[in-house]
Design a protein. Structure first.
Length: 460
């Protein structure tokens, strides 16, 4: 098999962490105790953990060396200035405000600009972004292109925003009512799909013509830039860094969970151009996160972020990263398992309602698949479907389900090898053969926001 199909790691393994396989009987008992919610399962009961790629990366020797150089001064630690320089060199904005993770950056930004009833357009909001808009009384509005909801459309940039819909929406709503437009790159809730540079420029032009600020949710910016280089006409000769700079030159700012494309286990930031808004954000930051040069992080964490932001732009790393996810997708497709296509940059998305066609949406087939996958193979994945995104919009118990019912297999960066991915593919193939045995679930307890983190279920 050629290395184009089986990706070869561009690194050597220097430190290992043991993982333990549990029995099916043990896993069944764990599921019952956890309320059939894989978020509630202790990590030492997991064999292969594909719950998320957020904060689960393996850091490099260079990053660990930087941690030993942490300056833990309360204000003005030297690591902040290393971090600030790294962010500015890529994003290009004057202000760099650290936070302990991405949702803290979202909370502070939306607290400053979103008022009750304000709509916030995005291609597709992810869970924490949506929740932070809603907590402020805002209205998240998804304006992705229609192809984003067609899991079989083999198009290169299904993360694009529908520019005509955006323009009409701003005109109809009134630009003064819209605090900002966001774009999530890559588009996590829509199969991890990239947005094109052309589309980013068009969105920017619409926003600027109406005087509406344009921000990125940039947590996977390097993967998006890599896809642009590989797929977009006229971009093949550019470096990933050059493309990233062109992306951010179109915007007014960005939030980022550094736990993704900064290759760290904790951290995030806001970066922006507006001086007045930056002052406001720093004042809000001090209340909950800390002084503006540490933002809820230790100096060593800032140093690890600074170095990770440089490492993620390495094109050998990105080739392997994207290739590893594509490899798993190809294995699943070979077994006949329905997946979202094309495969995205950080995860393979299974079409759970097609995998389990006998389970109706109100019995949460995506959630049922995550439960069955853990019970049969010790693999943890995450549902992106009815539990995560369904809403009672009528107020009378009539549930509006999202268009896509997915299970996401997120690949942690630099953590698992090809043999681990083969195990995942074999386990899913076996489960697919016996899929008629999988049962649906009902909700027993839930919270008003981000219910998938704490919900308790029972099997039907």
């Amino acid at each position: 098999m050629s290395d184009a199909k089986m990706p070869v790691e561009p690194f050597r393994i220097k430190v290992v962490e043991p993982i333990r396989r549990t029995s099916r009987r043990e896993r069944a008992a764990v599921l019952k105790r956890s309320g059939f919610n894989v978020f509630n399962i202790p990590a030492d009961k997991i064999f292969i953990d594909l719950l998320t790629d957020s904060g689960t990366s393996a850091m490099s020797d260079n990053q660990w060396a930087g941690i030993m150089l942490g300056d833990e001064s309360y204000a003005g630690a030297r690591n902040y200035f290393h971090f600030e320089e790294a962010v500015r060199s890529i994003f290009g904005f004057a202000h760099v405000i650290p936070t302990h993770q991405g949702r803290a950056a979202e909370r502070i930004l939306f607290e400053a600009v979103v008022k009750k009833g304000d709509p916030v357009p995005n291609n597709i909001h992810f869970d924490t972004t949506r929740a932070n808009v809603e907590v402020r009384g805002g209205v998240p509005v998804d304006l992705a292109v229609e192809e984003a909801y067609d899991p079989r459309a083999e198009l290169p940039f299904k993360g694009n925003m529908d520019v005509k819909k955006l323009d009409r929406f701003i005109r109809r709503t009134g630009p003064k009512k819209i605090p900002l437009v966001m774009m999530t790159v890559t588009n996590n809730s829509g199969g991890g799909q990239p947005a094109s540079l052309q589309n980013i420029r068009q969105v920017s032009e619409v926003c600027r013509s109406h005087g509406v600020p344009f921000f990125f949710d940039a947590c996977r910016f390097a993967e998006n830039a890599y896809f642009i280089r590989e797929r977009e006409k006229g971009c093949a000769g550019k470096t990933v860094l050059e493309i990233a700079r062109e992306m951010f030159a179109c915007a007014d700012g960005a939030t980022m969970s550094a736990k993704k494309d900064a290759l760290v286990n904790i951290g995030g930031f806001i970066t922006l151009a507006d001086d007045d808004l930056a002052r406001c954000l720093k004042n809000l930051l001090i209340i909950s996160e800390g002084f503006p040069t540490y933002g809820g992080l230790a100096g060593r964490d800032l140093e690890a972020m600074a170095r990770g932001l440089q490492e993620v732009l390495d094109e050998n790393y990105l080739e392997h990263r994207v290739g590893q996810v594509a490899y798993l997708g190809a294995l699943l497709e070979k077994s006949g398992i329905p997946i979202y296509k094309p495969v995205g940059g950080h995860a393979v998305y299974i079409l759970a309602d097609e995998f389990l066609p006998h389970i109706p949406r109100h019995q949460y087939p995506g959630w049922a698949l995550t439960v069955a996958l853990y019970r049969e193979a010790g693999i943890r994945a995450v549902e992106i479907g009815g539990v995560m995104f369904a809403k009672d919009k009528s107020g009378r118990g009539k549930t509006a389900f999202p268009k896509l019912e997915l299970v996401r297999l997120s690949i942690p960066r630099r953590v698992y090898t090809v043999s681990h991915l083969n195990y995942v593919a074999e386990a899913l193939a076996e489960l697919y053969r016996d899929r008629d045995k999988v049962r649906g679930l009902r909700i027993v307890e839930q919270s008003p926001h981000l219910r998938h983190f704490t919900v308790r279920m029972e099997e039907i």
